[in-house]
Ligand binder design. Structure first.
Ligand SMILES: C[S@@+](CC[C@H](N)C(=O)[O-])C[C@H]1O[C@@H](n2cnc3c(N)ncnc32)[C@H](O)[C@@H]1O
Length: 232
């Protein structure tokens, strides 16, 4: 009898060096840069079924409130996904870690009460397609919680961001772009931005090209939109 070869499929996102760096740096940033507090604020008040986009090593999982019944955590990068699976085992709520990308979420339409994007819209290959997918999988009236670093207000820093994005930064930082305007993209995708505040990270620390952040809540319109009914 011939055995079928068990080929491991190629990952959609492959950044093993960045993944190992991020796994260490992000854990340190929880206390050193105040990220734990930001994550708690980001997720506070969520309930029901939640999809997290680009969950990384799963540092949000510990901060989901008990009213969240289930988290589906999408993560395309293998090293980070394996770490996320470990974080899921320690989470206080059920977390299912699933391979996939924001541009083609492997879930049914209108299946989630909430979606979470933290430090991921800077990195996805196609921001508008990713946000259209997030909108598709949220139920009408569902909420998108976001924490994203964005284009800086100051001219000099914005110019630095553009220079970095046009040269080596995306290569070094797993595809990250420092100067994307996440807030404008969320609005352009048809979400209603309900609240947001600007945050500088690290809180009270030096200004870096990744320091200007927005933390907020946007909502999919409660009116059923016939164009987004297709099931995947
Ligand atoms: C800077 S990390 C942020 C991880 C996590 N969200 C957090 O808050 O720590 C960016 C994450 O986006 C993931 N990512 C990259 N491209 C993606 C895509 N097209 N769709 C979904 N996630 C993606 C990366 O693998 C990585 O886990």
């Amino acid at each position: 009898m011939r055995l079928r070869s068990t080929k491991i499929p190629k990952d959609a996102v492959h950044h093993p060096v960045f993944a190992r760096f991020y796994a260490r740096m992000s854990v340190a940033a929880e206390s050193a840069a105040g990220m734990a507090g930001v994550r708690a604020e980001l997720l506070s008040g969520l309930s029901g079924r939640v999809i997290e986009i680009g969950a990384g090593n799963g540092l949000n999982f510990a901060h989901y409130p008990p009213a969240v019944s289930e988290v589906v955590a999408i993560e395309p990068e293998r090293t980070l996904r394996q770490l996320a699976v470990r974080s899921a085992l320690r989470a206080g709520i059920p977390v299912d870690v699933v391979p996939g990308t924001a541009e083609a979420l492997p879930v049914k339409s209108e299946a989630f009460d909430g979606a979470v994007a933290s430090l991921v819209l800077c990195t996805v290959r196609n921001v508008q397609q990713s946000l259209a997918e997030i909108r598709r999988v949220l139920r009408p009236g569902g909420e998108l919680r976001f924490f994203e670093h964005v284009r800086a207000d100051g001219r000099a820093m914005a110019a630095t961001q553009r220079a970095l994005d046009g040269t080596f930064w995306p290569l070094l930082a797993g595809g990250c772009h420092t100067s994307r305007d996440a807030l404008a993209a969320i609005e352009a995708a048809g979400f209603l931005v309900e609240t947001y505040r600007k945050v500088n990270m690290p809180e009270g620390g030096i200004r870096l090209p990744t320091s200007s952040c927005v933390l907020g809540v946007a909502r999919r319109s409660p009116v059923v939109d016939r164009g987004s009914q297709g099931l995947r």
